[in-house]
Each structure stands twice: as structure tokens, then as C-alpha cells.
Design a protein around this ligand. Structure first.
Ligand code: ATP
Length: 312
């Protein structure tokens, strides 16, 4: 597979649904992930991220729709797909009395074509802790051991379910670095996360799930572009809102005025900023406290959660 094109689609999902009894947790989702891409699934609690991930991993059969991983059905063709994927679960659940190396050896014994245990432990920087019992590891080290086990089979596609939940800021950053290295080496990664910053830092593309559906998907910039940008400044002395150039043709969709402070919402940050700055330059005015910024992923996320909540 080494010379496969970077644009190969390795995961394809169409009309995917999953029910638990009468409750439908995944309600018809479509997505595609290319080789070497890092794709993040974000969502509110209970959005259906883990339920979706398990279908991609072949741990369960969908109630409707189709999943293809590396061109095959991961549930029906498990024997062919499983050796080529790595799965890091939310809870590893190892025997606590075993050492790090014993745990990895036990796992390697069940993995076809496993890489040497030491190599897997070195990737996650646990080689020096090889003789320590699992029960003595910190939370972050346990998550790294989970990751080492998922890497034993040299997976082409790696699934990470909340890889940094519960870790402190430094351990989280260390894990991001590891994930980046895996991606740089060509591994396709699908991860779920509650941390917007994690998706912003790592993901080539992401999907925000809510209520079992994908509410928004694309590159971070695409998802963010669905929300208005903002420009704020102070009106120069002796000037009023009505003195500004006509706002609608500049892409402005809303404004707020508090004392001398003005806050504009715009669909076209560049056009609005240009119009405003040309106006100020023309009149030789200084716009104090000038600030122009795109929406953040957090704003897009909160908007989706609020919007869909209201629609229920
Ligand atoms: N085995 C199960 N039986 C019944 N309902 C389930 C089962 N597993 C999950 N659910 C329900 O399906 C919905 C989606 O759960 P899922 O774990 O996929 O969400 P999630 O987005 O991963 O959530 P979280 O961020 O809280 O981990 C939730 O309402 C959950 O209660």
C-alpha cells in the first residue's frame, strides 16, 4: 500500500444508522476520509460519536446504511480489515498486575504481524517504564499504553476514542505530538474528542455531531466560515453610527452600539474591514480599540448545539 495515492478514500460512510432497541443513536450520516488524513468527530454528550466510531471499527453492524474501511465492510469482512486497523478504546481495561511490557507482549501475541514490543513502547515514550505495573502508571501513561497497543499491528488506519480525556494540559500536548507524528508517517487517523482545541490543532477535517446527525463538516475554516466574523472599534469623537459608510453593501449583517463602542457582525470580514479602513483613512480618523476576527470553532459548536436544541 506504500505507493497508494494520497487522495485514496480509505473510509466511506453512507446513510449510516445505529439503533439500540427503539432508540436511534446514529441517524443517517455520510462521510469520507482520505488516506493520511486526520478526521475528528466532535459533538455534545450522547451525540453518537462512539456509536459511529464502533461501526467504523467493525465492532457492531449498522442498522442501516453502509460502511467501507479500506474498501471493505469492517463488520462482515472483519478478518481482512482488523489486521490493518488500530483501535484505542475509551477504557483500555488491562489486568492491573501485569507490567507495561507484559501487557504489550500479551497484546502482540493476539496481533498478526505485530511490530516489536519495544518499538511500540518507544513510539509512545514508555520504553523506560516497561517494568512498571499497569496499576502504578499515571492516567496519561495508561492512555499512552492504550495507544501503544493500538499501534502494535502497524495500522494503516487508527481509531482513537477520546485519546486525551482526563489528561493534564502537558500530557494532552504530548499526545497531540505523538498523533501528529503518526499522521506524518502516513497513518490515517479518526478520533473523537470533546476538546475543540484538539480538533483545531490536529484535524484536517472534522464533523460536528449532534443528536445522531452531522450538523456541520469540513475543514475547520469551512465550519467556522458558517458563522459571522466580527469587527469592533470605538467611534471617533464627534462621529456617529450613521456617519459610517452604508454597512449592508460591506457584508455587515448586524451591529451593536454600547456607548462609543461599535460591534459589527459580517459575512465578509475582508470587505467590511477594507470599507471601514478606507472610510477612516479618507477622513483621517483613528479607530481606537480596533479588533477584527473570524468566528472560532467554539462559537460554531455552541451555535450548532443551541440551534438544534431549539429545533427539538
Ligand atoms: N449500549 C447502549 N444501549 C443503549 N443506548 C446506548 C448504548 N450506547 C450508547 N447509547 C446511547 O446512544 C446515544 C449516543 O451515545 P454515544 O456513546 O455514541 O455518544 P457520544 O457522542 O460518544 O457521547 P459521549 O461524548 O458522552 O461519549 C446516547 O444517548 C447513549 O445513551
Amino acid at each position: 500500500m506504500g505507493n497508494a495515492r494520497a487522495t485514496d478514500t480509505v473510509i466511506e460512510v453512507a446513510g449510516l444508522r445505529r439503533s439500540y432497541g427503539a432508540y436511534e443513536a446514529v441517524r443517517g450520516i455520510d462521510l469520507a476520509v482520505g488516506r493520511g488524513e486526520l478526521f475528528a468527530l466532535l459533538g455534545t454528550n450522547g451525540a453518537g460519536k462512539t456509536s459511529t466510531l464502533e461501526l467504523l471499527e467493525g465492532q457492531a453492524a449498522p442498522s442501516a446504511g453502509q460502511v467501507r474501511v479500506l474498501g471493505r465492510d469492517p463488520y462482515r469482512d472483519r478478518a481482512a480489515v482488523r489486521p490493518r486497523i488500530g483501535v484505542m478504546l475509551q477504557e483500555g481495561g488491562f489486568p492491573m498486575e501485569l507490567t507495561v511490557a507484559e501487557t504489550a507482549r500479551m497484546w502482540a501475541g493476539c496481533t498478526s504481524g505485530a511490530r516489536p514490543v519495544t518499538e511500540a513502547l518507544e513510539i509512545v515514550r514508555l520504553a523506560e517504564r516497561r517494568s512498571v505495573r499497569v496499576k502504578q502508571l499515571s492516567g496519561g501513561e495508561r492512555r499512552r499504553l492504550d495507544l501503544a497497543l493500538a499501534l502494535l499491528g502497524r495500522p494503516e488506519v487508527l481509531f482513537l476514542d477520546e485519546p486525551t480525556t482526563g489528561l493534564d494540559a502537558q500530557s494532552r500536548r504530548d499526545t497531540w505530538e505523538l498523533i501528529r507524528q503518526l499522521k506524518d508517517n502516513g497513518t490515517t487517523v479518526v478520533l473523537t474528542t470533546h476538546y475543540l482545541e484538539e480538533a483545531e490543532q490536529l484535524a484536517d477535517r472534522l464533523a460536528i455531531m449532534h443528536g445522531g446527525m452531522i450538523a456541520s463538516a469540513g475543514r475547520v475554516a469551512d465550519v467556522v466560515a458558517e458563522r459571522p466574523s466580527r469587527i469592533s472599534f470605538e467611534l471617533p469623537p464627534g462621529h456617529f453610527l450613521g456617519d459610517l459608510p452604508p454597512l449592508a453593501p460591506l457584508g455587515v449583517t448586524g451591529h451593536e452600539e454600547t456607548g462609543r463602542s461599535v460591534r459589527l457582525e459580517t459575512r465578509d470580514l475582508q470587505r467590511t474591514a477594507t470599507g471601514l479602513l478606507l472610510w477612516a483613512a479618507d477622513k483621517d480618523l483613528q479607530l481606537r480599540a480596533l479588533d477584527a476576527r473570524s468566528a472560532t470553532l467554539e462559537e460554531a459548536f455552541m451555535h450548532i448545539a443551541k440551534d438544534l436544541e431549539a429545533a427539538r
